[in-house]
Design a protein around this ligand. Structure first.
Ligand code: SAH
Ligand code: SF4
Ligand code: F3S
Length: 473
């Protein structure tokens, strides 16, 4: 049990930069372009990791493209949160077999949370012989070295070190958007909710130094980013491991003090650590979006205990009351797991009851998926699929009704909206997101993509609202 978090030194990162140059040299030797595809299957942290992989690949002379058909390098960044996520990544990887057959030079690498589990590593080793190499979440920073090794040698290799996670600074990032950015402030999780695989595959909580986070935020804002989402599995414990007195609320204050017109978001907050200080900080800082994602998981105290969530429904509701008191227009969203082992009809009613009490604007709900090695997976009170599905449908039905009613309340209000681009459903319209995260659609003669505008809401549906641009004050 000597596993530890490994802080990657500047010298070790420099070595990776050296490998980036070596691969670049290899690429420059051939008189053609090199293309890489990075596929992402997980959460925002996983997307942020993919942006690092893409950044490193670009530094090595690869053009980042979307179509695997003409790629020289494919990286599959996997997720392990539910079985469905794993199966999706495996199935896509299966489809790459014919690409490799057509182009033996193609390099296929698999990384992310799924491969940090031994049984999945073995699966890929044995069942996907055309995968060149594999690396765990803690080895992400070594991608240049591993790719170089794959380029010059013929061996397959599988690198998942026995650490509690790593922390590396100074790797290039190629962000997907030019106006919305993910900014990881910490990695890992110490909470061990009994259903969850994250603490096993992402290691222990570790915070980036405040100087590094602030420098990155400043650089993003200076280069025109309009929205920054601070990422961590439990952002409320940011700073606890840093050895100086500085917490998440302090970090938010310091970021808001940076000059510029921008919106700050963050996720995810664990209710057991969401403090009044954090809520007061939000209330005092208009740059922080009026939105709070506070995962409930279950409304039943018995189930919360079995989940090891370390709060009771009463404390959760108290926190919601405080938020609404301090920030009356706050939009609250949550995550719910349906059909956790032992969940009775009464437990499930407690969850529905909280939905009716809190009236979330939106919920992200999941049917419980047993994860190998977690305590909940070996509980002998697993709920049959039919019951899970039936409860899931009832949960959604109630929430859709609430979402619709809450959306109607927005009609005749003016919302601050970051414009994301042309609407996917109607090329004549633009789409953006309110501070609450709701999708807003409106018409415009000029391209407002990447701008923050005011929209007067005229009409609302369950998942969308519609309006028109009005002058910003
Ligand atoms: N750190 C975040 C959650 C990250 S995982 C937090 O604690 O809020 C995102 C969501 O996936 C969780 O909130 C939970 O609702 C869901 N989830 C996690 N493990 C799951 C499992 N085994 N089955 C179904 N849903 C799960
Ligand atoms: Fe998983 Fe719980 Fe950690 Fe969230 S807080 S990542 S649900 S163990
Ligand atoms: Fe995220 Fe999935 Fe890993 S949700 S932390 S990519 S297991």
């Amino acid at each position: 049990m000597n596993k530890q978090v490994k802080i990657i030194s500047k010298e070790e990162v420099d070595i990776q930069h050296e490998y980036m140059s070596r691969v670049r040299v290899l690429n420059n030797q051939a008189d053609r372009s090199w293309r890489a595809v990075v596929r992402t299957f997980g959460c925002q942290q996983n997307e942020a990791d993919s942006e690092k992989i893409a950044g490193m690949a670009e530094s090595m002379g690869y053009e980042i493209v979307d179509d695997e058909a003409d790629a020289d390098l494919i990286v599959v960044n996997t997720c392990a949160i539910r079985e469905h996520a794993e199966l999706k990544a495996l199935s896509i990887t299966g489809q790459f077999k014919h690409l490799k057959a057509a182009n033996p030079e193609l390099i296929i690498a698999i990384c992310g949370c799924m491969v940090s589990q031994e049984h999945r590593l073995d699966d890929i080793k044995n069942r996907y012989p055309y995968v060149n190499f594999l690396f765990g979440t803690g080895e992400l920073y070594r991608f240049p070295e591993l790719l170089y090794k794959a380029r010059v040698g013929n061996e397959r290799f599988f690198v998942v070190e026995d650490t509690e996670g790593t922390l590396a600074e100074g790797l290039p990032i190629k962000r997907v958007s030019g106006f919305k950015a993910w900014l990881s402030i910490m990695y890992g999780c110490n909470n061990y909710c009994t259903y969850c695989v994250v603490p096993y595959v992402r290691g222990r909580e570790r915070s980036r130094m405040r100087e590094d986070v602030l420098a990155e935020a400043k650089q993003l804002i200076e280069s025109g980013y309009k929205e920054i989402t601070l990422l961590g599995q439990n952002v409320n414990s940011y700073g606890k491991d840093l050895g100086y007195d500085y917490d998440f609320a302090d970090l938010l204050n310091d970021i808001c003090a940076i000059d510029g017109d921008f919106i700050i978001r963050f996720m995810t907050s664990h209710p057991k650590d969401a403090s009044h200080k954090l809520i007061d900080t939000m209330a005092a800082n208009p740059k922080i979006a009026r939105q709070f994602h506070l995962p409930l998981q279950s409304g039943s105290n018995g189930i919360l205990k079995a989940m090891n969530r370390k709060y009771a429904r009463e404390a959760y509701l108290e926190l919601i009351d405080y938020m609404r008191k301090m920030i009356p227009d706050i939009s609250i969203t949550t995550d719910i797991i349906v059909g956790f082992p032992g969940e009775t009809e009464a437990d499930f009613s407690d969850t529905l009851d909280i939905l009716s009490k809190v009236r979330y604007d939106n919920i992200y709900s999941f049917i419980y998926s047993p994860r190998r090695g977690t305590p909940a997976a070996s509980m002998n009170t697993q709920i049959p699929k039919e019951i899970q599905s039936e409860r899931f449908a009832r949960l959604l039905e109630l929430q859709h009704k609430i979402s619709n009613e809450e959306n109607q309340k927005l009609v005749s209000t003016t919302q601050r909206v970051l414009v994301e681009g042309i609407s996917k459903n109607d090329p004549g319209m633009y789409t953006g997101r309110c501070e609450s995260g709701r999708l807003v659609h409106f018409a415009s003669d000029t391209d407002l993509t990447g701008k923050i505008v005011n929209i007067y809401i005229e009409r609302a549906e369950t998942f969308n609202v519609f309006g028109k641009v009005v002058e910003r004050k």
